[in-house]
Design a protein around this ligand. Structure first.
Ligand code: IPD
Ligand code: CA
Ligand code: CA
Length: 254
């Protein structure tokens, strides 16, 4: 059977669901950074199936091929974004895959199989959740916004104090701040208009490659911490509805 791009992502969702209701084997990659047998199983499936569709593409995938490649055609795979949530049975996790040509995303899909939420975007054709077009929020000011963030383990160890100061400032200047544990879904929820903004330092290309296109195709804005063009390896991502972008950047840069 020949699967298409979206079928492959949805099928990988079955792998995630299969492991959700039992104890899965996990190993530590770092002090508080785990990888489960399901991350590996999902990644192996995605790599094999996607290469059948995207002939000649290079793969950058979190668990087994995580070196950046200098190639014009690349598929970025996060086989399970939100592993910690998954391991603890908190159902906010997803598969995140993006196809890039010459450094720009052309296709993206993020899928939370627990809630059956499939986010897709194609360059120039909009972003969709289960077939319904997505549009970012129209809130104009940070003071009426809800912001989401995340903390990669390395960054929290090195810069925890500064992160808390930023959390305080944003909490005081907005409706509040959330940390839910899947960068790919955080970005999709900005695209949906649930959150007005998302920021995180230390993310890897596979965390953001798909969500970036989904946000911009929903009318949002993406930049790095300096307000400059965000590349998949920029390390700091700021994603908003566009309207609160400068205000959020100015707090992040205080
Ligand atoms: C993690 C999640 C989390 C973010 C971490 C990421 P993983 O991805 O996206 O929200 O804060 O920094 O590493 O490890 O679950 O694929
Ligand atoms: Ca991830
Ligand atoms: Ca992952």
């Amino acid at each position: 059977m020949n699967l298409n791009f979206v079928d492959v992502i949805v099928k990988a969702g079955e792998i995630l669901l299969e492991g959700l209701h039992r104890d899965v084997k996990a190993n530590y990659k770092g002090k508080s950074d785990i990888v489960t047998e399901i991350d590996l199983k999902s990644e192996a499936f995605l790599k094999e199936e996607l290469l059948k569709i995207f002939n000649g593409y290079k793969i950058v995938a979190e668990e087994t091929e995580n070196k950046l490649v200098d190639a014009s055609r690349v598929i970025y795979i996060d086989p399970l974004d939100g592993t910690t949530n998954y391991y603890h049975k908190f159902p906010f996790f997803a598969i995140s895959v993006a196809v890039y040509n010459d450094g720009s995303p052309i296709e993206a899909a993020v899928y939370n199989p627990y809630y059956k939420e499939l986010f897709v975007a194609s360059k120039g054709e909009g972003a969709f959740l289960n077939g319904k077009r997505l549009c970012v929020s129209n809130k104009k000011a940070l003071e009426e916004s809800l912001i989401v963030t995340g903390f990669t383990s390395g960054v929290i160890q090195k810069e925890g104090k500064h992160l808390v100061e930023i959390l305080k400032k944003i909490s005081e200047s907005s409706h509040g701040i959330r940390r839910i544990g899947s960068a790919a879904l955080d970005l999709c929820y900005v695209a949906m208009g649930v959150f007005e903004g998302f920021y995180e330092k230390g993310l890897k290309p596979w965390d953001v490659a798909a969500g970036k296109l989904i946000v911009t195709e929903a009318g949002g804005k993406i930049s790095d911490i300096d307000g400059e063009k965000h590349e998949v390896d920029s390390g700091f991502i700021v994603a908003t509805n566009g309207l609160i972008h400068e205000e959020l950047l100015s707090i992040l840069n205080e």
